[in-house]
Write a protein that binds this ligand. Structure first.
Ligand code: SAM
Length: 359
């Protein structure tokens, strides 16, 4: 999809990924990326090459094995068709129409088709929810602007886990070197990529029954399409190297995955051991439909995770024996009212309780 990345971004990312502190080391490594990697990975775009440096095979976890790109169709600087191949487990991850599907084998094929987020009306509802304020929609929510304001500092790799149609990913791209939105919903990721490429789309918003209204969504200039990418991936088997990520976010997701603790340990694994920030926000609508009760991290009256989800998650993150290493510091907590529109007269108002942690 995208084109060139500026040299200083390559510098910063190489520095971030390899933990290099010395500019000379960074320079040597950057030169290797420029000169050697293009020969090894013929046909890659600069951006994909950088992403490839952090991508690993989700099947092989906890072993971290890199993925080799094999492009079969390139358009401009973009890879349209091809695959990412793991030599260790012989898995191929297809790239179709520019979209990389890096889901582990454990992710059931049926899940995508069962995913309630795959329908046009839901995509349209989420576009309104994420971008309504930019479309000057009446009653739009400012939730994503507020979540974005929690992210501090500049540079590094950012990951928006369960990104849906990508508003937070675009916001992350403003101050981070590169932002990746990932989700298991193909409809959401296709829509986010479409927006990233075309920057202006028309959204059919349901008014009532069969009546719809077209609204134009145009990305503001501050969102740089060159600094974001969207992939199909699973929050429980993130296809990223350990310690690669400076900024991560999980918005309204932890109560939707079959293993909420597994989701948090994956964030812990991919986050830098120092200089990392993580934002978790959720309404904690625990349900057996998403996860067995034994897996819930709150919403129970007894047992190890009795009490409220946010309190338990903050305690887990900051407890030296909570399984996260090194432990995180909670720097803030609060609530953000998040809104989803079904039609002109029907909105869902959700209190999403957040904490921001750093280490
Ligand atoms: C309630 S929506 C929240 C979306 C977005 N974070 C937001 O706050 O607007 C939950 C999202 O998580 C995605 N999702 C569910 N299970 C997932 C998983 N195992 N890995 C990645 N994304 C997942 C869904 O497809 C959906 O986009």
């Amino acid at each position: 999809m995208l084109t060139c990345i500026r040299l200083e971004i390559i510098f910063q990312i190489v520095e971030d990924f390899y933990g290099l502190v010395n500019k000379k080391q960074v320079l040597i490594c950057s030169v290797i990326c420029h000169l050697v990697v293009p020969i090894c990975r013929k046909g890659n775009t600069t951006m994909k090459r950088i992403l490839l440096d952090v991508l690993i095979c989700p099947n092989c976890l906890p072993e971290e094995n890199c993925l080799r790109e094999e492009a079969t169709a390139i358009e401009g600087a973009d890879i349209l068709e091809g695959r990412l191949h793991c030599e260790r487990c012989a898995t191929d991850y297809p790239i179709t129409g520019g979209l990389a599907r890096i889901l582990p084998r454990t992710f059931p094929e049926t899940s995508a088709s069962k995913n309630k987020y795959e329908t046009d009306p839901v995509v349209s509802s989420y576009l309104w929810s994420h971008f309504g304020d930019l479309m000057a929609e009446a009653h739009a929510s400012d939730a994503y602007r507020r979540w974005a304001e929690l992210i501090t500092g500049r540079g590094g790799l950012a990951v928006d886990i369960g990104s849906a149609v990508g508003r937070l990913t675009f916001e992350m791209g403003v101050n981070c070197d590169f932002a990746v939105g990932l989700d298991t919903s193909e409809a959401f990721i296709r829509t986010a990529r479409d927006l990233m490429i075309r920057r202006r789309i028309t959204v059919a918003l349901k008014e009532e029954g069969r009546i719809t209204r077209d609204a134009v969504l145009e990305l503001p200039d501050r969102y740089d399409s060159d600094k974001v990418e969207f992939i199909l991936a699973d929050a429980l088997a993130l296809p990223f190297r350990a310690s690669a990520v400076r900024t991560s976010a999980s918005l309204n997701l932890v109560d939707k995955v079959p293993s909420p603790y597994g989701h948090l340990t994956e964030i812990d694994r991919v986050s830098r051991t120092s200089g990392a920030q993580f934002i978790l926000s959720d309404p904690f609508s625990w349900s057996e439909e998403a996860a067995a009760e034994a897996e819930w991290l709150g919403g129970k009256t007894n047992g190890p995770q009795a009490g409220r989800g946010l309190d338990n998650i903050m305690a887990l993150f900051s407890d030296p024996s909570g399984g996260f290493s090194p432990p995180w510091r909670v720097v803030s907590r609060g609530e953000i009212w998040w809104k989803i529109r079904t039609h002109a007269n029907h909105f869902e108002l959700i209190r999403s309780c957040y904490c921001k942690t750093e280490r």
